[in-house]
Design a protein around this ligand. Structure first.
Ligand code: FES
Length: 118
């Protein structure tokens, strides 16, 4: 773990998507993916709607669309952008950066002493 709380989770070349890379950062399952602009994002592997997997969700810009019922989430804020009755549903998103040929994730709400497995 870096001093800033980020944990190395994958080689940069291994992160793309969809499909996204699934890792576990100290007990928290996370998907890591790359946007068209080359930046990386980290987010929950399960859709908040009915907990279906998001490994192969559709990605357009910063919008992730669940393939099951097409709820859509902004990967910067986690906000549900699908119009309807579930506006309060939010996708847990985490901090992700790429440096030194690797992708690092910091689980939001995490503290020192975290480790990663994939
Ligand atoms: S499970 Fe994702 S939209 Fe329903």
């Amino acid at each position: 773990m870096e001093d800033d709380g980020y944990v190395r989770v994958a080689a940069a070349d291994d992160v793309g998507g969809p499909p996204f890379v699934r890792v576990t950062v100290e007990g928290t399952e996370v998907l890591v993916g790359r946007l068209d602009d080359g930046s990386v994002r980290a987010f929950s592997p399960r859709c908040p709607h009915l907990q279906q997997p998001l490994t192969s969700a559709f990605l357009t810009g910063t919008t992730l669309e669940c393939p099951f019922h097409f709820y859509a989430y902004d990967l910067d804020s986690g906000a549900n952008t699908f119009p309807g009755d579930d506006d309060d549903l939010a996708l847990p998103v985490h901090d992700a950066v790429e440096r030194d040929g690797a992708v690092f994730v910091r689980v939001r709400g995490s503290g020192p002493g975290r480790s990663a497995t994939s």
